[in-house]
Design a protein around this ligand. Structure first.
Ligand code: TYM
Length: 341
């Protein structure tokens, strides 16, 4: 895939990987660069558990049918981006009830103060003031359960998830301190693009901020959005020279455009030989090199709903076996009775 040409991808040495994506709206290039490129790369070397976190999405109270559809679309996006269900375990969170079970055990050991520090809770409370539910507050505990249930030691995520991972490590230390060594401390695996900005050039690219470049968008749709996107604010006329270092469009070029063409764009911008619209057209074409094949694979997957069900059900069965093995240890350590399954 073209992205491999320009992105130095993660190449570490580790055992277990776990990560998740919420089924809310369509995936965007922030999800792709911040997390998915590493998901795809890591499956080649490690044992990976990738999860569509529908229980987390309940904090937004989506309509049932909307959630069901979003789960499928996000799973399709993950597969179309290159996650191979033969190599990695791809599953839907609610099909593995041990996530909720462990989340409760961990909830009972998490001080309120730890959760009060979480900035995402504050952001979400502002975004949905009419629905500040308890799930939004305890959300990072469920996320910790997601990770430690698979005894994962590395978690490929964007920068916005770092605080949650800090809380996960603290929780692990607390659990291990009380009950003896049980879980490894999970570390963040950052991609080269841990915080992709949205088309506004100011805020993180996000489905809820409506500033995203969607992974399934056509070249025309993307170009339409790029036309209105912020560039160097000092470049008012086409004849004004620009500064690529302050231009958000050039930031995207860093991820989607090869070094040689990028150097030409840099020079063209500085000398005003290349106008912003033409620069955006080049970006749109290079984005399409990545998005086009993803969109095509997604279309094929949508035509095979049974195949998708099989992939997700098989993934859930594998995940349940792992999760149950961990829960048996946890139940034993905290004093809960085992259930024969
Ligand atoms: P979510 O669904 O918001 O995002 C999925 C992944 O995409 C990354 N990401 C970004 N990276 C760079 N720039 C951006 N603009 C950008 N926007 C999103 C996120 O950092 C994330 O890696 N709480 C998590 C889901 C979760 C999870 C987990 C993750 C639940 N349980 C266990 C890891 C492990 C979330 O809401 O991600």
């Amino acid at each position: 895939m073209a992205i491999e040409r320009v992105l130095p991808l993660y190449t570490g040495n580790m055992a277990r990987i776990m990560s998740g994506i919420q089924p809310t709206g369509n995936l965007h290039i922030g999800n792709y660069l911040g997390a998915l490129v590493n998901w795809v790369k890591m499956q080649e070397q490690f044992e990976c558990f990738y999860c569509v976190v529908d229980l987390h999405a309940l904090t937004r109270r989506p309509a049932a049918e909307v959630l069901r559809q979003a789960v499928r679309e996000v799973a399709i996006g993950i597969l179309a981006s290159g996650v191979d269900p033969e190599r990695a375990t791809l599953f839907v969170q609610s099909q593995v009830p041990q996530h909720s079970e462990l989340a409760w055990v961990l909830t009972c050991m998490t001080p309120l103060g730890d959760l009060h520090r979480m900035t995402q809770f504050k952001d979400k409370s502002t975004q949905q003031p009419e629905n500040i539910n308890t799930g939004l507050f305890s959300y990072p505990i469920l996320q910790t359960a997601d990770i430690v249930l698979y005894r994962a030691d590395r978690v490929p995520v964007g920068e916005d998830q770092e605080q949650h991972l800090e809380l996960a490590r603290e929780t692990v230390r607390r659990f291990n301190g009380i009950y003896g060594d049980t879980f490894p401390e999970p570390q963040v695996v950052k991609s080269v693009a841990p915080r992709v900005l949205g088309l506004d050039g100011e805020k993180k690219m996000s489905k809820s901020l409506n500033n995203e470049i969607g992974l399934f968008e056509s070249a025309d749709e993307t170009m339409q959005k790029l036309r209105g996107a912020k560039t160097d604010p000092a470049r008012l006329r086409k004849t004004d020279p620009g500064n690529p270092e302050v231009c958000n469009i050039f930031r995207y070029h860093k991820f989607f455009t090869g070094a040689e063409q990028r150097a030409e764009i840099d020079a063209g911008c500085r000398s005003a030989a290349l106008g912003c619209v033409d620069c955006k057209k080049l970006l749109s074409a290079n984005l399409e090199v990545v998005k086009g094949p993803i969109r095509e694979r997604a279309t094929l997957l949508r035509e095979q709903p049974k195949r998708l069900d099989e992939i997700l059900d098989a993934g859930a069965a594998r995940a349940r076996a792992e999760a149950e093995a961990t829960m048996q240890i946890v139940r034993d350590r905290v004093g809960l009775r085992q259930t024969k399954r």
